[in-house]
Design a protein around this ligand. Structure first.
Ligand SMILES: [Zn+2]
Length: 600
């Protein structure tokens, strides 16, 4: 996997990346001294202990010890792999990946995807222009106006209109050199009796983008009574409904800021809510919520609020969706819009504040289930009670003990089932359905570590060695083969010394891969500390390390000598003189330190 070419690529992407602006797009930062500070996005805190050192290209949190370079940050906050973080950053900066060996088939597929993407962008402007610039669009504009959608929202979402004549788009695109085959492959036209005609006709058009904002397909709502009411692009190379969430590209930022996402059924719901100022909304495109979609959301937040239609179909869909999410560890709430309305209708009639109030009152997953099974089972009969209990077992099983206890009490009183029986059913229940496939980003614990002079000195040496690996060579030579007082520092300093000897520059990727995340965090910690340089002259720091190493060696040697003497081992005198030599060395070092202190 590693190659010189790849290393050069990674270095290029890193050099072009500005860690400060990347981090600042997720975390509000304030300058203090040479570094920037903010509240850590990886653990909860009220006072900032998360800091970024832009010139050094590192971040470090003094609370949970998360740390690393710009790729590490992206991989942690987006919940993606380190390599995907490099790739995504490269794409953002327009730096091409080094070509691996591509088969002809790969090349062909890439070309097709690029062609399709261009065509989809063209189609978006075509439909949009039809809506806002031609006479065909009048009906579409009226429809949007009737739903309270004005010019600004039309522009923001790139909404459009597909005229009713069967070949408007086909003819316009053919004139511009788009082949019939590509039109078919992109699902913009359909075939009938040896000729092709526009797939979307007399519909208002909603462009559907992937999570990076690239148009991959369309949804169209028919005007009048035509069928089907809603028509989506067919599955294509670009358009995979299972992996798309309408609006995610533009809602991402708001989702992160609000710490939760509102999931609705239809794109009109998402557009209406967004138009009303509620921006952390995505739509699952009218299909069943999938585990792929769940994973996309969990990259941005761990709290999902389901807001499906309040009719029976919507509530059934909610139950199904909840079973997808249940084992992911996401926090889930269910918002039920009153009076049988869908979110679109509700927000238009009552406004954003009323919707926000509903959001605050959203039910917990357990409450929702409890209400649902009571509504859908005749709990006056024994059979109904049994079915209701069975339906609830998966939820009960996964609740924490406090919640579980509360539900049990409520079940006991509503169903009239004996508490002991409920507990027994829970204990016997085995969930063989969903496995915990996806986990949201786990909250890191805040760890208070004991810092001491030895660790501080080690970090000062790491800081020096990072910029000048020659420092590492000196340290390693002086410390010799005996273990360093702090093993993590030893690993890092030996690696940096090796870099100096082989002429390689130190690589964050190698540290991450071979020395582990802890090593990367320690390097970040070292680099981010702002220590007045005078205080940690490398020789002084080295002496601290040496002293700690020698004291440990002395202690061990003395204990060995004692034991040998007790056992009558004749080598004990030898060991004793060894410990004396170590002691002497310690005294010398202490003397040296004292002289220097008085000289200062
Ligand atoms: Zn933290």
């Amino acid at each position: 996997m590693r190659s010189a070419e790849m290393d050069a690529f990674v270095a290029r992407v890193r050099d072009a990346s500005d860690i400060l602006s990347v981090v600042a797009s997720y975390v509000p930062l304030k300058k203090k001294g040479g570094n920037y500070w903010g509240c850590c996005p990886f653990h909860s805190e009220k006072t900032p202990s998360f800091s970024v050192a832009p010139e050094k290209g590192f971040f470090y949190c003094f609370g949970c010890h998360a740390g690393g370079n710009v790729f590490k940050f992206i991989s942690m906050i987006e919940n993606i792999s380190y390599f995907d973080a490099i790739r995504s950053q490269a794409e953002k900066l327009g730096i091409p990946m080094p070509d691996r060996e591509k088969s002809e088939k790969d090349v062909e597929k890439e070309r097709k995807i690029a062609d399709l993407q261009r065509m989809m962008e063209m189609a978006k402007s075509f439909f949009h222009n039809c809506l806002v610039k031609t006479k065909y669009g009048t009906a579409g504009l009226q429809y949007f106006a009737g739903r309270g959608i004005g010019a600004d929202v039309i522009k923001e979402f790139g909404l459009g209109f597909a005229p009713s004549a069967p070949g408007k788009l086909r003819d316009a695109f053919k004139k511009r050199g788009v082949s019939e085959r590509l039109l078919l492959e992109g699902g913009l036209v359909a075939e009938r009796q040896n000729s092709v005609y526009d797939k979307f006709r007399n519909r208002v058009m909603i462009p559907i983008a992937d999570d990076r904002g690239r148009v991959v397909g369309f949804g169209g709502r028919v005007l009048g009574d035509g069928q089907p009411k809603y028509l989506n692009s067919p599955e294509t190379l670009l358009f995979n409904k299972r992996r798309l969430l309408f609006g995610l590209d533009r809602a991402k930022k708001a989702i992160r800021e609000e710490g939760k996402v509102i999931l609705v059924e239809g794109y009109m719901d998402a557009i209406s809510l967004s138009a009303a100022g509620i921006k952390n909304v995505v739509a699952s495109l009218g299909t069943a919520f999938t585990s792929e979609q769940c994973r996309l959301l969990l990259r941005c937040t761990d709290e999902i609020c389901f807001c499906y239609d309040s009719d029976e179909a919507g509530q059934r869909a909610t139950m199904r969706a909840l079973s997808i999410v249940r084992s992911t560890g996401a926090r889930v709430r269910v918002l039920i819009v009153p009076d049988g309305k869908d979110p679109d209708e509700f927000v238009r009639k009552h406004g954003a504040d009323a919707f926000r109030k509903l959001l605050k009152e959203a039910r917990s997953i357990g409450d929702f289930h409890l209400e649902y099974v009571q509504r859908t089972n005749d709990i006056r009969t024994l059979d109904g009670k049994n079915k209701a209990l069975k339906a609830l077992l998966p939820v009960l099983k996964e609740s924490n003990p406090v919640e579980q206890n509360e539900y049990i009490q409520r079940l006991r009183s509503t169903l009239g089932i004996d508490e002991g029986i409920i507990r027994q059913e829970i204990a016997m229940y085995h969930d063989d359905g969903m496995r915990a496939e996806y986990r949201p980003r786990a909250e890191r614990p805040s760890v208070r570590t004991v810092d001491d002079a030895v660790r501080r000195a080690g970090r000062a040496l790491l800081r020096g060695a990072w910029h000048d690996p020659g420092v590492a060579v000196m340290v390693v030579a002086e410390m010799g083969e005996e273990p360093f007082p702090y093993p993590l520092h030893e690993k890092l300093l030996r690696y940096l010394a090796e870099c100096a000897e082989t002429g390689h520059s130190p690589s964050e990727e190698v540290i991450e891969e071979t020395l582990g995340a802890e090593a990367e965090e320690e390097i970040s910690h070292a680099l981010i500390e702002e220590v007045p340089e005078k205080k940690d002259s490398y020789e002084a720091c080295l002496r601290v390390l040496l002293l700690a190493q020698l004291r440990k060696a002395f202690e061990e040697s003395r204990l060995r000598a004692d034991a040998m003497e007790r056992e009558g081992n004749s080598n004990f005198l030898q060991e004793l003189s060894k410990s004396q030599r170590i002691k002497q060395r310690i005294d010398e070092l202490n003397q040296q330190i004292k002289t220097e202190e008085t000289n200062e």
